[in-house]
Design a protein around this ligand. Structure first.
Ligand code: NCD
Ligand code: ZN
Length: 346
């Protein structure tokens, strides 16, 4: 049995850091293990322009505790008013690494997202020209479509037609949750990648709903049936370059999770690496953990992998705080529901 594993320092290719007191409270949880992260722009108001992304990047760097290093990779929130020249300039300056498409109404703070894709064609064509990736929240928002089918319907009715219209566009399918998502990611060439979260490798929809409703397991896209979780585990541990880690760690204070209309999001920044070591060990794939967390993402984003390393060791049951006590309020850390024996060495 492997007791110690040293891998290149990981990156998180889909992270919510929020702003203000929440940012200050959760940033160290990511910076402890991760060198870089793609920072989601769904603030209130959203990060739409290059100038807003530059200001948000500065706020993140000022919230970083002394002695910690972390590189935020900024994204822009695509709206029907987004200016292609502003996007191109923010990319050319090195500030912005991706643009995020939220179908309007799909998830937290997405009401300013895109309703009609035809209205963003000029931006998307420009992105294809300059090689700037589009990160896609892949769910339709039509009321007639069942929430468990929204990803598969999005792929057929929105994503595939879009990729046929603009074949050069580089796309990341964010937080895929279904076997259809895995299959579609595999059908694309090197212009298509997919992130997979930690929690979707661990929970299925029973974890949310059986034996009482568990608000801390509710996120979007919502966890699906067991067969989908198994497909995600197979994909993540396959070593295939198109699949990489995007935790989608999405902090909300407990008061808003444990609520009659609870917010969507699982907070996994604190224990993702320990949990992934557990999952990859269970799948007999510890030798492919580094590809998933540290190599495949940089390759897709055309960045060098990190020079530094982290060491994971197997030992006594791991412990982490049950909650992160931010000045905005307590945030519950994702509980996998089973003991984990992996530690990240300081
Ligand atoms: C995210 C959030 O809270 O910002 N929530 C979530 O459940 N993942 C938004 C998102 O990525 O959908
Ligand atoms: Zn997200």
């Amino acid at each position: 049995m492997t007791h110690s594993l040293t891998i290149r320092r990981p990156d998180d290719w889909h992270l919510h850091l929020r702003d203000g007191a929440m940012l200050k409270g959760v940033l160290p949880e990511s910076a402890r293990h991760f060198a870089r992260a793609i920072i989601m722009p769904n603030l209130v108001p959203p990060v739409v322009t290059g100038a807003q992304a530059a200001a948000y990047r500065d706020r993140i760097l000022s919230a970083l505790p002394e002695g910690m290093r972390f590189e935020p990779l900024m994204t822009l929130y695509l709206t029907e008013g987004t200016d292609p020249d502003d996007v191109a300039a923010a990319h050319a300056s090195g500030l912005v690494k991706a643009v995020k498409l939220y179908p309007a109404g799909a998830t937290t703070n997405s009401h300013g997202g895109v309703r009609d894709l035809a209205k963003v064609t000029a931006v998307l064509e420009r992105m294809a020209e300059i090689g700037l990736p589009l990160c896609v929240h892949g769910e339709v928002t039509t009321h007639e479509v069942d929430i468990f089918d929204r990803e598969a319907v999005f792929i057929d009715t929105v994503l595939d037609p879009l990729r046929r219209r603009i074949p050069g566009l580089r796309v990341v399918m964010e937080h895929i949750t279904t076997e259809e998502g895995v299959a579609y990611a595999r059908s694309g060439g090197d212009t298509l990648g997919a992130t997979i979260t930690t929690h979707h490798l661990i929970i299925n929809r029973n974890h949310i709903l059986v034996g009482g409703i568990k608000p801390h397991y509710y996120c979007l896209p919502v966890a699906k049936r067991e067969k989908h979780r198994l497909a995600l585990r197979q994909a993540a541990t396959s070593g295939e370059a198109r699949f990489f880690l995007g935790t989608d760690s999405a902090p909300h204070v407990d008061a808003l999770k444990e609520h009659s209309c609870g917010c969507a999001g699982c907070f996994t920044a604190t224990n993702t690496m320990q949990l992934l070591a557990h999952v990859f060990e269970a799948e007999g794939a510890l030798d492919r953990l580094e590809a998933f967390t540290s190599l495949n993402g940089p390759r897709f984003y055309r960045l060098p992998p990190n020079e530094g390393t982290i060491t994971l060791t197997r030992g006594a049951p791991a412990v982490w705080p049950e909650k992160i006590l931010t000045e905005a309020g307590p945030v519950t850390v994702f509980d996998p529901g089973f003991p984990v024996h992996w530690h990240v060495e300081a």
